[in-house]
Design a binder for this molecule. Structure first.
Ligand SMILES: [Zn+2]
Length: 349
């Protein structure tokens, strides 16, 4: 028995490990809604064989995919959830269930190379052990032309009893030939309050911190639920700029400490809160930001704020251009002070 367990552990791989995570799914309302839909399809035997889950990727989507995969191979699901006790459940938990073929996302979202697809195809045609083969491909938009074409053959003529479970975040980047062979289920976008609940329950953040994380809602700006920059200084700089305190170029110094795309996203988040405030709607900002957002909302008129938005959107769009970073941020500061003036600097030059 001991020897057997050891062999199983060696045979298992982290990539093939599938955890059943009902609590994670129950704790994220937008994922729970998708689960309800999937549960109905599975129960009715109507789950599409090429399923594409479209939505924000991250730990909640991983929980959804893994739990669904587990549900499909479980020999005796309980109330729609994997039982956790049958041989298939136990093997899947260890990553040694032979019918799982998976290409998990990697942190850099690199392309899926053609060799990975070849290995996948070879594995999929390998003797079937249970009632179905599962092919799991996360962030499937990572396929390039070569690996996409290779996968296409498998999608067109899969071995019998093959179930594809794929996820995508940017569906427009997915090769059209692949997209047309999958049936897409779109997960809805979470509301801010739902996100805050999730940060609190799943990540153990304090309520105020959870609200801030939900407001930011951007993995690139967060690490372990904490913002990766001095958001108070960055926000205050905008308030000072709008109040005309000091030289614009000096006031926005905290902005230079942030990568331009991150700065653009943060300012656009604040802009949206200001717009809600000006429209008489709740700003939905964490308490720590309320005063700043109110001050911003009181400064200037609607026309100004509309113009500010188009300047911010343009700054965001150009944030990847190799323009001198300081120059670009200083130009933005001047633009925000008077967004209706023609631009002084053409980044195309
Ligand atoms: Zn089971």
């Amino acid at each position: 028995m001991v020897e057997n367990a050891a062999t199983e552990e060696i045979a298992g791989s982290a990539e093939r490990r599938l955890s059943s995570q009902p609590r994670m799914i129950e704790g994220a309302a937008w994922v729970r809604d998708a689960w309800t839909q999937l549960d109905r399809l599975v129960s009715a035997g109507r789950l599409p064989h090429g399923l594409l889950l479209h939505g924000r990727l991250g730990s909640t989507m991983t929980a959804l995919v893994e739990t669904l995969a587990r549900r499909l191979i479980c020999e005796a699901p309980r109330d729609g959830w994997p039982c956790g006790a049958c041989p298939a459940c136990r093997q899947a938990e260890q990553g040694s269930f032979p019918d799982v073929h998976r290409l998990a996302d990697d942190p850099d979202h690199r392309d899926i190379p053609i060799d990975a697809i070849r290995d996948l195809i070879e594995g999929a045609w390998f003797t079937r052990y249970g009632r179905m083969r599962l092919i799991v491909i996360e962030r499937i938009e990572r396929l390039n032309r070569n690996s996409g074409n290779a996968l296409l053959k498998l999608l067109e003529e899969p071995p019998e009893a093959t179930q594809f479970l794929c996820t995508v975040e940017h569906v427009d980047r997915l090769l059209p030939t692949i997209r047309s062979r999958l049936q897409r289920l779109r997960l809805r976008e979470p509301r801010q309050a739902e996100l805050a609940d999730w940060w609190q329950a799943a990540r153990g953040l304090a309520p105020e911190q959870a609200r801030l994380a939900a407001f930011v809602d951007d993995p690139a700006l967060l690490e372990e639920g904490e913002l990766t920059f001095d958001w108070q200084a960055v926000t205050r700089a905008w308030v000072d700029l709008m109040a005309g305190r000091g030289n614009p170029v000096g006031v926005i110094e905290p902005w230079l400490s942030l990568p331009r795309p991150a700065l653009a996203r943060w300012l656009l988040r604040l802009w949206a809160a200001v717009a809600r405030g000006r429209a008489g709607l709740p700003t939905e900002v964490p308490a720590a930001l309320e005063a700043s957002v109110e001050q911003l909302a009181r400064s200037h008129d609607d026309e100004h704020w509309l113009a500010v938005q188009s300047r911010l959107v343009r700054f965001a769009r150009e944030a990847g251009h190799p323009l001198h970073p300081e120059l670009a941020v200083e130009q933005l500061a001047l633009d925000l002070v008077d967004p209706r003036l023609p631009r002084r600097l053409d980044p195309g030059l």
